[in-house]
Design a protein around this ligand. Structure first.
Ligand code: PGA
Length: 256
């Protein structure tokens, strides 16, 4: 039994122009209108698509949350190419994905920078979707839970208990991202339960009860319901299948 509100978030990565994104949002909205009371639906376009996305969401009165894919931890300054949290709140972002494995691999994110970004996102009044997850070598060494626990402990350090309750954590095994391979739902749930326990140890039982833990990595319409049936999985962070309205809407429907 869970009272947590299911969240299905689309991570569009480096796909879609702002025009394509606006159309995709309208196509998704048409298909999930009956679901969005029960399931929170979020889209995370590239930075350049956020303005058009927030405009279409507002003008069409859509109940779709908006997220960015990254943020800089400083409020402003000489950081060429970077985007601050305040710039994202101005565009009415609700969420920011922080510490995605692709940011860690290609752009130098560390547990320490992830923690600073989480802080910046909360300070600006938004909610981080903090990503964690192990590489295949870690899984094969049977060290998944301790590895993920360390990522969560470092990334979610220094929160208030209210912030810990609002936090969203996405468990995304790196070897499952974009590969079509997934852990079994039970194995994914084991890690999500351990993430919840980690937050509980840091911030107490109310935070453990309230923190939403998503599964991500090759979530498709065919497998989504199995993940959502698990007690510690509160939704999904979806990559490839979020780029077309039909499969994304089917994943949302599976979360009802
Ligand atoms: P995928 O990506 O659904 O394409 O595996 C998930 C993610 O990276 O968030």
């Amino acid at each position: 039994m869970t009272t947590r509100h299911m969240l299905v978030a689309g991570n569009w990565k480096m796909h879609t122009t702002s025009g394509e994104g606006a159309v995709l949002i309208q196509d998704i909205a048409q298909r999930v209108e009956e679901e969005w009371n029960e399931v929170e639906v979020a889209v995370c376009p590239p930075f350049t698509g956020l303005k058009a996305a927030s405009t279409v969401i507002e003008l069409d009165g859509l109940r779709i949350s908006l997220g960015a894919q990254d943020v800089h931890w400083e409020a402003e300054g000489a950081y060429t190419g970077a985007i601050s949290a305040r710039m994202l709140t101005e565009l009415r972002c609700d969420y920011v994905i922080v510490g995605h494995s692709e940011r860690r691999e290609f752009f130098g994110d560390t547990d320490q920078s992830v923690n600073k970004k989480v802080r910046a996102v909360f300070d600006a009044g938004m909610t981080p979707i903090m990503c964690c997850g192990e590489a295949l070598t870690v899984r094969e060494a049977l060290e998944t839970e301790s590895f993920v626990r360390a990522q969560v402990t470092a990334g979610a350090a220094g929160l208030t208990s209210t912030e810990a309750q609002r936090l969203v954590i996405a468990y995304e095994p790196i070897w499952a991202i974009g590969t079509g391979r997934t852990p079994t739902p039970e194995a994914a749930n084991d890690v999500c339960r351990s993430i919840r326990a980690t937050i509980g140890a840091m911030y107490g039982p109310p935070a453990a009860m309230a923190v939403r833990v998503l599964y991500g990595g090759s979530v498709k319409p065919e497998n989504a319901a199995m993940f959502f049936a698990e007690p510690d999985i509160d939704g999904a962070l979806v990559g490839g299948a979020a780029l077309k309205a039909d499969p994304f809407a089917d994943i949302v429907k599976a979360a009802r």
